[in-house]
Design a protein. Sequence first.
Lengths: 279, 306, 403
Amino acid sequence: MPWTQRIGNVNEPILTIENLHITFSTPDGDVEAVKGLSLELFPGEILGIAGESGSGKSQTWMAPLGLLADNSRVSGKISFGGRDLLNLNVRDLNKVRGAELAMVFQDPMTSLNPYLKIGLQLLESIQIHQPELSKSEAKFRCLDMLKRVALTEPETRFNQFPHELSGGMRQRVMIAMALLNQPRVLIADEPTTALDVTIQAEILDLLRELQRDFGMAVVFITHDLAVIAKLCDRVAIMYAGEVQEVGVTSDILNRSKHPYTQSLLAAIPRIDGSRGEAA
Amino acid sequence: MSLLRPTSTESALNKSAEVLQSRSLTQMAIQRFLRNRNAIIALWIVGILLTMAVCAPFFEWYTGYGKAFQDRNFYSGQPPNWEARHYFGTDQNGRDIFVRTIFGMRISLMVAMVAAIVALTVGILYGAISGLAGGRTDAIMMRILDLLISYPLTLIAVIALAYFGRNIFIVFAIIGLVEWQIMARVIRGQVLSLRNSEFVEAARAMGVPPLAILRRHIIPNVLGLAVVYMTLIIPEVILVESFLGYLGLGVQEPNTSLGVLISEGAARIEQKPWFTYGPGFFLVTLLLALNFVGDGLRDAVDPKDR
Amino acid sequence: MGFAFQRFLQMLLLVVIALLAVFLTQRLAPGGPFDGERPPPARILENLRAYYDMDLSMPAQFNAYLFGMAGREINDQGKFDKVYWLSLPEDLQRVTVGSQAEDGSGESLVQAWCPWDEWLTSFFVDREDERPFRKCGIVRGDFGLSMVRRSVYVNDYVREGVPATLRYAIPSLLFALGLGIPMGLYAAYNKDKAADVAMVSVGMFGTVVPNLVMAPLVVLLFAIGLDNLLHWLFVDTLEWIELTRRQKRSGLNWIPSGRPGGIMHYVLPTIVLGTAILGRIVRLTRAGALEALNSNYVRTARAKGLPGRIILFRHVFKPAILPVVTYLGPVAAAILTGSLIVEQAFALPGLGRQFVTAATDRDYSLLMGTTVILLLAIIFLNFLVDLTYSWLDPRIRRSGSNS
């Protein structure tokens, strides 16, 4: 695949979120899930988003792809490729998502359509964004991508249904599906949370390898700090809908002065049984 | 539940504890139900209809029912007539149709209650046995149930009525037997999930005797569901009863039911159309209201937006 | 292959059970065919007794019920005696069905009914020469004599009834499916907008207003309303006369007036029966489509940049259809029960009407005959539904084989 040098100018952010507000209207009243969040994503980096459940980390990254629920109100600006994604109409948005901006979700079992074959779900992704390809060429690329994500027996898997694959295999398929159109940004929303620990490690290694090969920016959302430590270049800590702290991973994890970050780190169980204290 | 800005993590946690009140599941369900405007209106309507049915004799007096019966020939077959208080007209025997409708509704509701209880009992027993027994028995019972659901038990009911005649209690029982399958399936599902739930396992692990588990954990949860599905069974049972009445089976003279009244009306629809208006209107209203209440209850207890 | 075959065997099993149940119900009816206001004269009583095999054992009776018999010998006392199951003895081979062979003195020897090489006698074709008594069994298409009108065969009733019922039952199903599924999908896609509310209301109307209310009202509307409406619209008497004359010629007779046939007769029953089912189907499709639209895999599809139409038809359609397919079993049942009402209201000579008449007249053999047909239809339809469901949902196609 001849496009490994996609990195571009590393000093210019590839995606910028400015003052993002997301509010959900529920029967119990309005819930502000994300409050005035601003963040930058630079080309070729792996940015980790860490936070507990309810911190708004997933919702923040649904916004660029237009995947927020119907009862949400969004304001702010998300700049990508010279456009504001929040103000895009559906047709233009459809050109962007799946092609330049791709997402991998948390639960691979429910994220794949159980009634359709794997091959069809892969093909439709590539055919809608690269219609100039012939059917055999498209299928070849799909199979090639399946090999790239280290899926065994890709030809067989292509004609199978999701329930015939294990969790790890399904997640590999999801990753392959996301990368088919060579996106510049890949958003991974807790991709390993639903998997076994051993498979987790494999998927993480796979992601790192793919990032090296394809050069896209990766946003990695998780609540597991250990994963962040292993994988991410920079990390943003989120709590209650706001970014508490953002910076280079080693800085945050070792030298953070922020109270929330410190309590988060202290909450990690240690093998020697002692518990850290919040400052 | 608003998230407050933490000055430190501890005070943040304290603050959020103040704002949240704990609500039991039942309370949440009741709240959800009360928010459902359609269901509340429907509940009022059902209440009104029930009261009317109970106070049926009052209407008899109000419209001079007995008197009309004496002056049969004069009053027979009259279209709606406001001054004479015959709001829905009179039938071929001079009886006020509105009054007959109310009495018919009374009978229909009575049959519905008894039949619903029969359906409830059979359904709960079947579902509970199937769920508690588990394994092979459960599988066989479920297979039989699947079959029964797809077959028109109403036809069997017709056959049974043809054989066993017009005893009113048999009618109730037979109607009840037509509608129990859904209840059985639902109850069995609930029993199974309860049996395997963690709190029952925990109770067992703590040594709570099985009867107490049944009493304290399983039955309350099952009952809730049973009540909800009761409200779905009742309109179906009313429908079955009307159906049988329409065909001339079921309730006998001088008792009428809504179905019988409608069939009388249908026979004369071209000459005297008002015969059907009264019972038709009441039947549809009753069914509509009961359906909305049932839907509201079901949404309240098991909301889909979760 | 395995799944379909398995289901097929189950279907056969059900058929056997159904036949057995029907047979027992018929035989164990309280009060046989002979209790009634006027018991038939002794000679006929004897024939009837033999016809109904009252003297044989139960298994033999069941066998006769299913397969009929070739004939029975008449002994010296004039009573029916030996049973010939498959064919008559050599010297009596040429005896025609329904007649009795006699020896030279005019004494009867054998009552011939139905040798094994007669198939589907008189079920589809009216064969005058085979009356009166003929007994070929259900499997060969003979449902026996009506218990009330003892010279009429159940087959004759049924032969008229089945096509009459099919003529509106199938169109109403197609109507309900063809209209209901698109309506449900459209409603789900436009949730909470005006279109959605409209569709749901139509659905609600169909579910709540029972057939027995809708049918008479529809009759009223079309028989009276249309006439009066036209009368009211056209002040000019001459025009009105012209209109009614034109009406009669164009056959605008929505309501059957006693004359059989005519397509128009079947339009209204189709609509009445179809609307009730339409209601359910709209609801089910909408619920299934909503569940799909809110699912994670549709979220993935959106994230991939697929346009709405493709998502609807490729991703949402199948899961939306599935509840409808499951419901098709009860739908068949609902159509059959609905037919009882609809045929009563529109005076159609269908299977449902015959069923009701049989029930009220206590004509057990007609009752059971129609029941057998109805049960067979339902069993077969449920079998088809099972197959369709497994074809649509790949998860159960292999019936348990998971890699």
